[in-house]
Design a protein around this ligand. Structure first.
Ligand SMILES: [Zn+2]
Length: 382
């Protein structure tokens, strides 16, 4: 048996932190039935990011479904700022205290991946950027990772397990192992072209046996509809990746292969993109799949209708306002609209997600969520 929790385990609280078991026991024995408002908020973001992208909400709602609680919050794929409650839950604390661990887990990891993906997509702009990093993470969460990366703004992903939950086909071409099995680049490229479905773009891996520009030319000269070459140059050979790309581009161009794209992968993160402007597309690995989590916390902010919270937190059920024009945000207590510094009227972006344990929202297609993410991040600076 793999060392993972099943869906039933998670739903029935089998992955909770032990101290919630104690809490529940005491509240039950002492018959403490208090209605609370709890908020899920990130006080700060990884590396002082200015904003994050919320994802994992649909799984969180599936977890909360059936509990006698009301839930409101931001929708899947919403841009949020630190201190803004992304989720607000109201109900008898005793009844749902032990689901906090799983709830935060769904939101923190997925949002961390979507946030990183949104940042990378904003950096590369119109160039293609794909998620290739599930191999370095536990396979049981591979679909979640690639979905979070895709809705965060990446253009595609490699894991076929994510196809079902995104409605989008996975993509990929050839690994080094195929090159080694065939034994030489030319034959590997030709075999790929001969056997693989014509709809799959011909992107040949051009760094296995010899210099990138030599293998790129072998690909260009032997594959008729070559879409691109992928450079996954090992770290030990990366003297100056930018120059390597320039050379490959030059050699392809002067021989008339201007349409052949250069696809770069291997150890890419935010800083990498500054020095590799000549590449046309990118594959990102652990910078996305192992992105820092968003450290959401769940805190009681009202007890029996009165603002009440711990040190370091703001009490009271809050409204999250957003400016539709410039994307600025603000939290208020009681006010549902306000004028933004830019002149536009800010409005609440919270929606009712659940009433007495019943989910009120339709789960949107991943591609729609992604479009919405791209729209929101176009209004804000990194
Ligand atoms: Zn504004």
């Amino acid at each position: 048996m793999f060392f993972t929790a099943s869906e039933e385990d998670i739903k029935s609280g089998k992955t909770t932190d032990f101290y919630f078991i104690n809490t529940k026991k005491i509240l039950e024995k002492k018959n403490i039935n208090k209605n609370v408002v709890v908020e899920v908020t990130a006080s700060s973001l990884p590396d002082n990011y200015r904003w994050g992208i919320l994802s994992g909400l649909y799984e969180a709602l599936l977890l909360l479904e059936g509990y006698n609680i009301d839930v409101s919050g931001l929708n899947e794929g919403s841009l949020f700022y630190p201190q803004e409650p992304v989720l607000t839950i109201e109900g008898n604390y005793k009844e749902f205290c032990d689901i906090e661990t799983a709830l935060l887990g769904f939101l923190c990891q997925s949002s961390g991946i979507s946030t990183k993906s949104a940042r990378l997509k904003k950096i590369v702009g119109d160039k293609q950027i794909l998620s290739f990093g599930v191999r370095r993470m536990h396979p049981s969460i591979a679909p979640m990772i690639d979905r979070a990366a895709y809705i965060g703004g990446l253009d595609g992903f490699s894991c076929i397990g994510a196809e079902k939950i995104t409605g989008k086909k996975a993509s990929g071409t050839m690994p080094h192992s195929l090159m080694l099995m065939i034994g030489n680049s030319k034959e590997a490229f030709v075999s790929f072209d001969e056997i693989i479905d014509k709809q799959i773009p011909r992107i040949m891996l051009a760094d296995t046996f010899c210099d990138e520009k030599i293998e790129a030319l072998i690909a260009a000269e032997n594959v008729k509809n070559l879409s691109g070459v992928r450079l996954d140059t090992p770290g030990s050979r990366r003297g100056n990746m930018s120059k390597i790309i320039q050379e490959v581009r030059w050699e392809l161009d002067i021989r008339g292969y201007k349409d052949v794209k250069i696809f770069l992968s291997g150890g890419l993160d935010e800083d990498s993109f500054k020095s590799i402007k000549d590449a046309d597309a990118f594959g990102v690995g652990t910078s996305v799949s192992n992105a820092k989590t968003i450290d959401f916390a769940l805190d009681i902010v009202e007890v029996d209708g009165k603002p009440f919270t711990k040190r370091g937190k703001l009490s009271g059920k809050k409204t999250v306002l957003r400016c539709p024009k410039c994307g600025s945000g603000k939290i208020t207590y009681g006010k549902t609209n306000e004028k933004c510094a830019c002149g536009e009227k800010m409005k609440s972006i919270q929606i009712n997600l659940m009433k007495k344990g019943k989910i009120l929202v339709d789960f949107e297609d991943a591609s729609n969520i992604r479009s919405n993410v791209l729209n929101q991040i176009s209004k804000v600076e990194l």
